[in-house]
Design a protein around this ligand. Sequence first.
Ligand SMILES: Cc1cc2nc3c(=O)[nH]c(=O)nc-3n(C[C@H](O)[C@H](O)[C@H](O)COP(=O)(O)OP(=O)(O)OC[C@H]3O[C@@H](n4cnc5c(N)ncnc54)[C@H](O)[C@@H]3O)c2cc1C
Length: 369
Amino acid sequence: MGERIVVLGGGIIGLATAFECQRRGHEVVVLEKVACGGQASGAAAGMLAPFSEIGEDPDDFFRLCLESLKLYPKWQKEVKEVSGMNFEYTNSGSLHCVYHEADLLALETRQQWQGQFGAKAEILYGEDLFKLEKELSRDMIAAMYYPEESHVYAPDYVKALEEGCRKLGVKIYDYLEEVTLHSWQSEITMVAKDGRTFSGDRLVVSNGAWAKELETVLDLSIPVYPIRGQICAYNIPVGKVKHIIYTSQGYLVPKANGTLVNGASEDIAGFNTAVTEKGIRRLTNWNKNVLPFLEEEVPFHTWAGLRPATQDGYPLIGTLSNTPEIIFAAGHYRNGILLSPVTAHIVADLLDKKQEIVPLTSFSPERFS
Ligand SMILES: Cc1cc2nc3c(=O)[nH]c(=O)nc-3n(C[C@H](O)[C@H](O)[C@H](O)COP(=O)(O)OP(=O)(O)OC[C@H]3O[C@@H](n4cnc5c(N)ncnc54)[C@H](O)[C@@H]3O)c2cc1C
């Protein structure tokens, strides 16, 4: 029989989890302080790029990201079908570009170990690279081409997930301003600012950069911190840039609607989501070294979001050992859009007592306590 699940936070992680749990027969309620998708999830560039993001070592986090990338083709189709809404999902491939011969060894090392995990990865040099992406700066000497890396248009993906949840029967309560955990001993009871209470059998903590709020009430160390990402977008002719382009100083993602998304800074500014001139300038000053035509262009839109970072860079996913009524799904830092399907499946599998699709020990929410 299905359980009554209360999901705290209506970002991509909370909504994806609600979507998966409801369609498996649970009865889900999402509680959101402000607007669903109004924080990090709506601000993201939407890259699904585990090979570009994790270049150092094959660890449990890399495996988690890889599992999620594999789930995406089916997952995004299902979200579209259930919601009746479309959103961009583009298999663009990506180019991880380098400028110096000394960087080639690192590319070769990456290619070798990622290849062992089935990654398609090809190093392209000089003219072969420029044939694939014509506008690239001729100062580059090579790039790793990852044909399987892709991207979604994150604001539309969140909207479709929210609609999909509603269509499945998830009850979404937004603009609650404040929601606190009141008790969990006999059943989960959450209280909103206006005094309304919400109860359930289980609580999923998916309130992103705000997860630390539960530290005192749960007597648990939850080192999740907001890392501000400032980001901007240019208007360019559709098709002028074809791939996600990574360099050591940032990335550029060409969207189907003609915007070229350029991110992102990593600054510590508490819960402040203001955009600073310095933050954006740091991104745009570099762009002429990547795509020289951008020297003449000015971004038409700038924004910022708060990535939920943890002390060791890994998310918190799993059940509390002495309080199995509480499941964490928070701290996804730079990869929450990529990790949304796998997180949703893991939480639903925990509820349904199914075999874990990846080992969860490294992601234990209690590892800092
Ligand atoms: C500039 C930028 C670019 C990014 N690019 C990418 C990318 O290309 N690919 C990728 O995979 N990831 C990317 N990310 C990271 C990704 O956006 C995050 O990892 C992901 O959105 C986290 O989702 P979340 O649901 O945990 O958090 P959020 O989206 O922040 O959602 C948490 C929600 O919880 C709510 N909340 C907080 N406290 C409470 C409470 N007490 N009660 C009720 N609700 C509460 C908040 O209002 C919020 O809506 C990027 C992030 C930024 C900022």
